[in-house]
Every structure is written in C-alpha cells, then in structure tokens.
Design a protein around this ligand. Structure first.
Ligand code: ADP
Ligand code: MG
Length: 538
C-alpha cells in the first residue's frame, strides 16, 4: 500500500478543510456587482469569460473529494434558487476556516458541528423577522429583484430590458395551486439564443420557438389550426453499418432499383401523410424523395429537431412522440393554433403558438456576438429563477451584505445566552457570516475594515436595511437602493453551507476505495494536497 492511500485524523481534517477553503477562495473575488471575471480555458482552447459562481465551479476540473462537496452544494443552490451560488461557496469556506480555529484550540469537531447546526436553525428564525412580504402582483418589486440578480453578470447595460423581459416571462407561466402559486421556470420557459441583432430585438413569444426552418421552400410558410406529428425516427433509410455493394449489369436493372427505392420512400411518406397531420417535426433526417411527397401533400415539415424541443412540443401540443412509422395513428397527432416560419435577425425560425392548456413561453434572446448572448443567457437564467422563487414564496430580504450583518449581530447576541463550547461554535458561525459584506467591499476596492465598522454601527442603531453601496463606497439603505433578493437565497445558502461544512468536519479518515466513489481520483489513490490545478493528476 502506498502511503497516500489513507489519510487519518488531524491530517485528514486539515487536508479537507484546506481543499474546501481553496474552492471558496477561487470564487471569492467574483462576488457582487464589482466582482472580477474568470477566464475558463478548456483543453480544446475554448474560452468562457464569466463571474457566475455556478458556471465557474461547474467548469473547473476539481479533483479533491472535499472540494467537490463544496461544488456540489453550489450546484444544489443553483438548482433550488438559481442564484447565490458564489455566496454558498464563500460561506462554506469561511465556516471551515472558523472551525479550524476552534479545532486548533482543542474543540472537538462534533461539538463544532452541533453548534453550527444550531446556529443555522437560529439564522432561519432571525431571517424570518427581517423579511419583507412581496405580492406576486407587485411588478415594480419583481423588476428590482430581477435587476439585483442580473447585476455583476456582464449584462448591466441591458439590465432594464432584461429585467422587464424576465418579469413578463415568469408572470405568464405562474400556475395557481391551492393556497399559493407554482412557477416551473425550467419546464415552461425556453431560452432560444441568437447571435445577431441587439438585445432590443429580443422578444417573448407565447409558445415555442424552434431554431429550424421548414425543410423545403415549397412547403406552406404558415399553417393555421395545425395538426402536429412528432417523429423521433427518421423518414429515410438508415445507412448500413458495413459497406454494401450492388452490382448492376444492365440499364433495366438500374431503373428497377431506382423504382423500388422510390416506391419505398413513397410508402414512408404516405404513412406520415395518413396521420392527417399538416405539420411534421422530425428529430432525424427526411429523405429528399420522401420530402417531395410530403411537400406535395401541403405539409410543413421540419427535420433534425433537437430532442429537447421534441419533448417540449410533446408537452405543449399533446402529440405523441412516434418511434416507428408503422405505429402512427390519427390519435397521436397534437394541435396548435398556428405554426409558421418567421424571419428573425440572424436567420429563420419556426414559431408554434396558440397552444391550448399550456403555459410554455420562449424568450428569444438576441445579442451582438456569441459571447454576449451567452452572458445574457446566464444572467437571464438567474433572474428568471429568482423572480419565480419570489412569486412562490412572497418573501424577500435586502442585499448588499445587509442581511448578513444583521444576522451576524443577532446571532452573536444569541450566542452569549448559550453555555460552554457550543457558545464558541455559534459565535464563530456569526463571525463567518460577515465574510459576505467583507468580500463585497474588497471586490469593490473599498477598505473592508472601515466598511465593516460602519455597517455594524448602523445596524446597532437599528438600521436593519443598511448595506454596502459598492459603487459609491457608502453605507446606505438597500431597500431604497433597490437591492433586494429572495429570502430563499439566504436560507438555502446558509443551510447548504452549514451542511457541507459539517459533512467535511466529521470526516477523520479518508480511504481510497475501489468502488465507484473513487471515480475522478488519480491512479495514486488519494490526493495529498488540495489542488485546484486545472489538469492536476495525482
Ligand atoms: P452569487 O452567485 O452568490 O449570487 P453574485 O456575484 O451574484 O454572487 O453576488 C451576490 C451578492 O451581491 C449578494 O450578496 C447581493 O446582495 C450583492 N449585490 C447585488 N447587487 C448589489 C448592488 N447593487 N449593491 C451591493 N450589493 C449588491
Ligand atoms: Mg447572483
């Protein structure tokens, strides 16, 4: 057994803590509107420039198991709230760092874990007392929430357009549920990106937009009362795996062969036509000959549709996805009010609108270049999610480090009512929360010590909304400055950071196993140094 196949006790702990802290410090400089960007370069030389925590952590090639846990919580945060991904990683790093201080003093990790858990629970209670209720009809507030999520994502100059688009899109898919509202952004909002034109060419379409044109110009450009057939199978012959050869010895045979081929293509086309559909979306190819017959029947056909689009079409039009042409029945055909091809900046697209019993909408996003549209897309994604979350929960807190400072103060007051070592852990938790305003100040080039002193004193005076204006370096009322965020960002971030930290602290033995859990680790077993190096091989 090589020595690094097992790390135990203190070594295991400090090694894991170091790894967690390393991940946190990698994204810390990107936090907030003034955060720096990272340029991510993959092995093919492709680049992504972003300061979106989720994107950075997703793209980084991280090997250390404890570091991966931080990446996981950040991903969960992204899935649950769509924002606050940097916050959760930075907070985890700080909680680990504070825990390390306690371990040095001889406090057992189990005690720290219990204290942290207790503190996170208390945070939830305190947060409830500083939340502000928002009605789902309060459009102005929703626009501010979208704006806060967009800030710092390289899309500021488009903040107004993007926020308005976000709120319009989310409000159009709100579903009423008993006692509240449900917003399923992932399922009901499709973002279609197009490089070409400017953001002002972007639009919200009530229905689905598919980035494909009809397969032949002779097909109708517009089909009203569309009856839609969805195919995941090709309308052509599959190529054989092996090379095949047909020997033809006379011109007559050649004709026979071609006739036969045409006959089979005609049969395929007829199966499609017999469905009664006037629109066909096919995930695979459509043979030119088959297309000829389909076009003659006046059908609007689209080929090579993405699988994800086919799934959305299935949901929106009610049509079944057919895997075998022989299985088509007239009952499989879905419906839509209108299917038409439209010219947009940068090409033609197919619009499927007027779908009954469906909430699906598409945001058609335009931007000057690929990189611009990509960054708009990331910003829009965050904004759509947070607005959805606020409509569901109806609760917000103010940002700019304000809620973290208030929490920190109230939590340390609470800690003083506790006894023994638990008190130490809860106070450290309170201290750790200050990392958010601190990092916001640092990233804005402000003096974090001065800023923290001012913030604390304002909150002690009872200004619960006092936070950092990162542009002017002043401590101001964040509510009046329109920096507001969903309550769920904070509760989820605090809880997830606590869970990850506790999990890491409780490990005192790291063993290289042979099972699937060992995937992603180097051949040498365990990594002996936390390493964020992109290509690190152990
Ligand atoms: P995350 O991935 O955690 O959302 P961001 O880079 O989006 O990270 O930064 C979020 C932090 O920036 C939050 O603490 C939020 O309150 C703060 N923030 C956003 N907009 C502003 C602003 N205009 N002024 C001050 N702080 C802001
Ligand atoms: Mg954010």
């Amino acid at each position: 057994m090589t020595p690094n196949l097992r790390i135990q006790g203190r070594d295991a702990q400090s090694n894991n803590i170091l790894a967690g802290k390393a991940v946190a410090s990698a994204v810390r400089t990107t936090l907030g509107p003034k955060g720096m960007d990272k340029m991510l370069v993959d092995s093919m030389g492709d680049i992504v420039i972003t300061n979106d925590g989720a994107t950075i952590l997703k793209e980084m090639d991280i090997q250390h198991p404890a570091a991966k846990m931080i990446v996981e919580v950040s991903k969960t945060q992204d899935a649950e709230v769509g924002d606050g991904t940097t916050t959760v990683a930075v907070l985890s790093g700080e909680l680990l760092s504070k825990a390390e201080e306690l371990i040095m003093k001889g406090v057992h990790p189990t005690i720290i874990s219990e204290g942290y858990r207790h503190a996170a629970e208390k945070c939830r209670e305190i947060l409830e007392t500083i939340t502000i209720a928002i009605s789902p009809d309060d459009e102005a507030a929703l626009i501010k929430i979208a704006g806060t999520a967009i800030t710092g994502k390289g899309a500021e100059s488009y903040k107004e357009t993007l926020s308005a688009l976000t709120v319009k899109a989310v409000r159009s898919i709100v579903e009423e549920e008993e006692g509240g509202f449900k917003v399923n952004v992932l399922e009901n909002i499709k973002i279609e990106k197009r490089a070409g034109g400017s953001i002002d060419d972007s639009e919200l379409v009530d229905g689905l937009v598919i980035d494909k044109e009809r397969s032949h110009p002779n097909m109708p450009e517009k089909v009203e009362n569309a009856k839609i057939l969805l195919l995941s199978c090709p309308v052509e012959f599959r190529k054989t795996e092996m090379d095949s050869e047909i020997k033809i010895t006379s011109p007559g045979q050649m004709q026979l062969f071609l006739d036969q081929e045409e006959k089979m293509m005609k049969e395929m086309a007829e199966k499609v036509i017999a469905s009664g559909a006037n629109v066909v979306f096919c995930q695979k190819g459509i043979d030119d000959m088959a297309q000829y017959y389909i076009e003659k029947a006046g059908i609007y056909a689209v080929r090579r549709v993405k699988k994800s689009d086919l799934k959305r079409l299935n949901k929106v039009t009610g049509g079944t996805i057919i895997q075998d042409l022989d299985q088509i029945t007239t009952a499989d055909v879905g419906t839509a009010g209108l299917v038409e091809e439209k010219e947009v900046k940068g090409g033609k697209m197919t619009y499927v609108t007027g779908c009954q019993n469906s909430k699906a909408v598409t945001v058609l996003l335009h931007g000057g270049t690929e990189h611009v549209v990509d960054s708009l897309d990331r910003a829009l994604n965050d904004a759509l999610h947070v607005v959805g979350v606020v409509i569901e929960d109806g609760k917000i807190v103010v940002g700019g480090g304000s809620s973290e400072i208030e929490l920190s103060l109230r939590l340390s007051e609470y800690a003083s009512t506790l006894k023994g070592r638990e008190q130490l852990a809860v106070s450290k938790f309170a201290e750790a929360l200050e990392v958010i305003p601190e990092a916001l100040a640092e990233n804005a080039g402000l003096d974090p010590i001065d800023m923290m002193v001012e913030l604390r004193s304002q909150h002690e005076k009872g200004n619960k909304n006092a936070g950092l204006n990162v542009y002017t370096g002043e401590v101001v009322d964040m509510w009046e400055n329109d920096v507001i965020e969903p309550l769920r960002i904070k509760t989820q971030a605090i809880n997830a950071a606590m869970e990850a930290t506790v999990m890491i602290l409780r490990i005192d033995d790291v063993v290289a196993s042979t099972g699937s859990a060992n995937q992603g680790m180097g051949p040498g077993g365990l990594p002996d140094m936390p390493d964020l190096d992109m290509d690190a091989a152990y």
